[in-house]
Design a protein around this ligand. Structure first.
Ligand SMILES: [Zn+2]
Length: 363
């Protein structure tokens, strides 16, 4: 497919916004950098995997989740496009199953290492250890406080442990990657750039020589990844890390980079997109703060946060994401949290605080 440079909302899509690639047909996006799309069930529909030509074989970035169809697709790549050359390393941007799900399977098959940041590796190991039995009481209490009904809690119980079902076990050892480390892949240097908030220590891979970045879920063109509070760290402030790490990326990355995201299609306009992401959260924070002039529970904030009906399947993520914004405001002193006799949390704007509204900030 020729380059068509479609412009949309300040970003340029060299291969168009949609249908730019077919599942199973790799496309070269830069010398030695191949874009491969794997199909996935559910709303995300697919993940983009990156195959990098390396000395003695291929470096793979992200793997797709544990699915028979994904294993079949890999098999077709091994014997077809990859010309029987081995995978020499598997780099995972972060711990979510669509990214690490087949890392263990690939590493075992090619006797190579998985390269990950430490927090992603250790947290993945913890999540993979959870099974349907033994839901911690603290997790149930966390969602109860956040307004889950008995029915929602039983759905949560039923779904607990699905993380492990979507991933093969990780190798028992790994190669740690760290922020700003340089990795030599093929004939180019790639720099690890860490982001936080969507996951604990998400690695992007920046190649100044090729003017591109493999951004994982950190920079996506038209959706923003989930930034959530989880029961393991109920007072966590992931939105603070998400905003500050994206602000840091603004300092590091030039605008005209080709961004290779894990979902949707490659685009140019890294800084424009980072600013859109940051502004989107700031607007949500401002709306939430205004709405909390009267005390509200977490589910009561959904309309203001998402401006659409939240389906049963989305409740857990919607709750986590709303809590991320509420915890941010609590920890900045803009709102306070209280608990009623039934243990339900509610949130209210602190009359003594002054929240900088967007229009005031712009004035
Ligand atoms: Zn993710």
């Amino acid at each position: 497919m020729p380059m068509i440079n479609e412009e949309y909302r300040g970003l340029t899509y060299p291969w168009g916004r949609k249908d730019a690639i077919k599942v199973g047909e790799p496309k070269e996006v830069a010398p030695g950098v191949w874009w491969v799309r794997f199909a996935m069930p559910g709303g995300l529909d697919h993940i983009n995997i990156w195959l990098l030509e390396d000395e003695g074989g291929w470096t793979v970035v992200d793997t797709c989740m544990k699915l028979d169809s994904a294993k079949d697709q890999w098999e077709a790549l091994f014997s077809g496009f990859m010309q029987g050359k081995p995978i020499v390393r598997v780099i995972c941007t972060h711990l979510h199953p669509d990214h690490i799900g087949l890392a263990g399977w690939l590493c075992e098959r090619f006797d190579c290492d998985v390269w990950m940041t430490r927090s992603e590796y250790l947290n993945a190991s913890l999540l993979l250890s959870y099974t349907d039995e033994g839901i911690p009481d603290t997790a149930l209490q966390f969602y109860k406080r956040a307004g889950f009904t008995d029915e929602m809690l039983s759905t949560y119980r039923r779904r607990f442990g699905t993380f492990g079902k979507m991933s093969e076990p990780l190798p028992h050892s790994y190669r740690r990657i760290v922020d700003l480390e340089t990795i030599n892949i093929g004939s180019h240097y790639w720099q690890v750039v860490i982001g936080q908030g969507h996951s604990p220590e998400h690695a992007c891979l920046y190649c100044p020589g090729l003017k591109l970045i493999i951004s994982g879920d950190q920079i996506l063109p038209r959706i923003t990844p989930n930034v959530s509070v989880f029961p393991t760290e109920p007072d966590g402030n992931p939105l603070e890390y998400w905003l500050s790490s994206n602000t840091r990326l603004l300092d590091i990355l030039p605008e005209d980079l080709l961004v290779l995201p894990a979902h949707q299609t490659p685009f140019k306009g890294a800084r424009t997109r980072l600013n859109q992401i940051i502004d989107g959260h700031r607007q949500s924070l401002a709306r939430l703060y205004d709405f909390l002039a009267t005390p509200r529970t977490v589910p009561e904030c959904f309309d203001v946060m998402f401006n659409r009906q939240i389906s049963d399947g989305e409740i857990q993520f919607a709750t986590g994401e709303t809590l991320a914004h509420l915890n941010y405001l609590v920890q900045n002193g803009n709102i306070t949290r209280s608990v009623d006799e039934a243990g339900l949390h509610s949130y209210r704007a602190n009359p003594h605080a002054h929240y900088i509204h967007l229009d005031e900030a712009a004035a």
